[in-house]
Design a protein around this ligand. Sequence first.
Ligand code: COA
Length: 184
Amino acid sequence: MEGAARGPARQRVQSDRMLIRDESADDSAAVHSLNVAAFQTPAEADLVLALRQVARPLVSLVAEADGTIVGHIMFTPVALSGHPDRRMMGLGPMAVAPAHQRRGIGSELVRAGLERCRQLGYGAVAVLGHAAYYPRFGFTPSSGFKIDCEYDVPPEVFMVVELQRNYLYGASGTIKYHPAFAGV
Ligand SMILES: CC(C)(COP(=O)(O)OP(=O)(O)OC[C@H]1O[C@@H](n2cnc3c(N)ncnc32)[C@H](O)[C@@H]1OP(=O)(O)O)[C@@H](O)C(=O)NCCC(=O)NCCS
């Protein structure tokens, strides 16, 4: 995909039923439909469209099963106030087609995406999402690092994971997303 982050981590994760790969320019319509179906509103799908245009670097992966795109995940840079040296990504949006949920596709996308971010040199990832889902990937409430979110959200839904050991040590502050997130 033009403008997407490329690098040594560009491996394709393949299992018997599924392939995880970089999104390509040809995938954008399918990714949009998938996000509309999963979120039951076009808001996140339109956010993906916007981020694809303006956010750099961009990690955008799809899960493909039998030639059909059944999952998508996006990571874009976030800023931690007072710590411009800390390289962090934000996870989201992510979506799995309703008929394909609860089969581990989302988990494989998260793991592949975190690994990509790590290989790109990012030290931590933030997520604003389901408190019961993301801890299985190592995410913990950001409040444990004295880090909060620019949005007024319940503390348990804003989480971070370190990709490098102790990367967030002493890094208290507020995480800001790309302005494109503001409308969602
Ligand atoms: C969240 C989502 C991406 C997970 O994808 P998936 O492929 O079904 O995930 P996996 O198969 O890897 O994991 C399934 C687990 O996710 C959990 N899960 C799914 N949606 C959840 C939710 N809203 N809150 C908490 N847990 C959720 C399931 O309970 C299941 O847990 P279990 O394994 O303990 O039973 C998918 O459900 C989805 O697209 N949902 C709609 C869009 C969305 O909410 N995106 C995330 C925004 S933060």
